[in-house]
Design a protein around this ligand. Structure first.
Ligand SMILES: NC(=O)c1ccc[n+]([C@@H]2O[C@H](COP(=O)([O-])OP(=O)(O)OC[C@H]3O[C@@H](n4cnc5c(N)ncnc54)[C@H](O)[C@@H]3O)[C@@H](O)[C@H]2O)c1
Length: 258
């Protein structure tokens, strides 16, 4: 006889910290988790916008400003979360210098390279380091937002690609170091239209933009949020150290010009 155990949906009362949540994918993840019953702490460099969106999300959203690349600000932010809620169950490292600016290697400025690595790679390490003791206490989970650009590139995007490749390696390293109490996974989005609704309406994507994807469309923040929410749930209890690609199939498509 097969014994089936029901899916576990007990998000109520659990606390998630989402970085870079003032806009885009981070905001989408925060909103999604709130609908699932999480208490969400949104953090961002952009204090004005972060406070505004947290207010709009209602009583289960709380904002603190933080530069994820600054260890002192990370320590202080995590302490504020613990002071306010007394627990932490999930960490979503989403904040990034997310615009893979095309800069030729010859003109790649070391200060820019270092900033991209500091925010996109050192940031998730610092957050994991300071959140781990609290996540461990509640069998928590971490999700890092990487990118399909960790595995493929267009020219002149060295800093962003290297930061996301490093983040995938950090993800499996953390999964081994922090298990079995804490699970750690990465989500690699492809092309996600993370713009505000007004910008999407003003400048809609073309039919070609959508049709080139095997799934028939460009991705939405909800496509990513749903995957993140599942990875944070206890239904994903046997999943750690992995990368989950959410790209409408683009990285499985063979592309040669005719
Ligand atoms: N949108 C896409 O198509 C796409 C594709 C692949 C991967 N991603 C990844 O998904 C994540 C979210 O992307 P997005 O498109 O929503 O980006 P976005 O630029 O719209 O939002 C990123 C947010 O992070 C914040 N941030 C930047 N540096 C920070 C720092 N040092 N400390 C705290 N907050 C900081 C910004 O203020 C901003 O609110 C990023 O990790 C990005 O690399 C996005």
């Amino acid at each position: 006889m097969i014994e089936l155990s029901a899916p576990v949906g007990e998000s109520n009362g659990r606390v998630a910290l989402v970085t870079g949540a003032a806009r885009g994918i981070g905001l989408g993840i925060a909103a999604w988790l709130i609908t699932e019953g999480w208490q969400v702490v949104l953090t961002d460099l952009d204090r004005e916008r972060g406070s505004r969106v947290a207010k709009a999300l209602g009583e289960h959203a709380w904002f603190i400003s933080m530069d994820v690349a600054d260890e002192q600000q990370v320590t202080q932010g995590v302490a504020e979360v613990l002071g306010q809620f007394g627990r932490l169950d999930a960490l979503v490292c989403n904040a990034a210098v997310a615009d893979p600016r095309n800069i030729t290697l010859e003109s790649l400025d070391l200060a820019y390279w270092n900033r991209v690595l500091a925010v996109n790679l050192s940031g998730p390490m610092l957050l994991a380091k300071h959140c781990a003791p609290y996540l461990r206490a509640h069998n928590g989970a971490i999700v890092n937002l990487a990118s399909t650009r960790a595995g493929q590139s267009e020219p002149d995007t060295e800093a962003y690609a290297a930061s996301k490749g490093g983040l995938l390696a950090l993800t499996h390293a953390l999964a081994i170091s922090l298990g079995p109490e804490i699970r750690v996974n990465a989500v690699s989005p492809g092309w996600i239209d993370a713009r505000d609704p007004s910008a999407r309406r003003a400048e809609p994507l073309s039919d070609t933009d959508h049709a080139q994807h095997p799934a028939g469309r460009v991705g939405t923040v909800e496509d990513v949020a749903a995957m993140v929410a599942w990875l944070l749930s206890r239904n994903a209890g046997f999943v750690t150290g992995q990368e989950f690609v959410v790209d409408g199939g683009m990285t499985k498509k063979m592309i040669y010009s005719a």
